[in-house]
Design a protein around this ligand. Sequence first.
Ligand SMILES: NC(=O)NC1=NC(=O)NC1=O
Length: 170
Amino acid sequence: MDIEKVNSMDFGEFMDVFGNVIERCPLIAAAVWSKRPFSDLGDLEKHFFAFIDGLPLSGQEGVLRCHPELAGRELHWGRLTAESQREQSAAGLQNLGAAERLRLSELTAQYRARFGFPFVLAVRLSDPAAAPRELARRLRCPPAQELRTALGEVKKICHLRLADLLGEQP
Ligand SMILES: NC(=O)NC1=NC(=O)NC1=O
């Protein structure tokens, strides 16, 4: 799909394609549609990122809270969005051993208790075996810093999803 096609989309078409570029936050795509025409993928992505950066703290935490846990109940119950399902499955999170799943669920519970939002990691860009280690490292970060790190992961996921949709190299 080229950027001219994107610019020609009406609101409904744009939402059908880009509505879940930020996990379970269609409002962001709805707002970005108003910024068309886009010069290229980078320009489109810039508007998604700018919307997130412009949110108040409560909104940024809300974006994170819309993300499913890694290898959590939703993965095992098949209740993830198509994009998350693809990402988490491709990262092998469906095939964790019982001990690994327990360790990850303990760490994600500690993380959510400390920060009030789920641990978000762009799993396509990281070694899934490193997720527990990365989680344990980030668990020790100050809340303000961890918010920035987590939003950075949301942006990485957004970048990968946009690249997929536009058929570009991530
Ligand atoms: N909590 C998460 O990090 N979730 C996810 N990361 C991804 O890359 N896809 C997800 O669903």
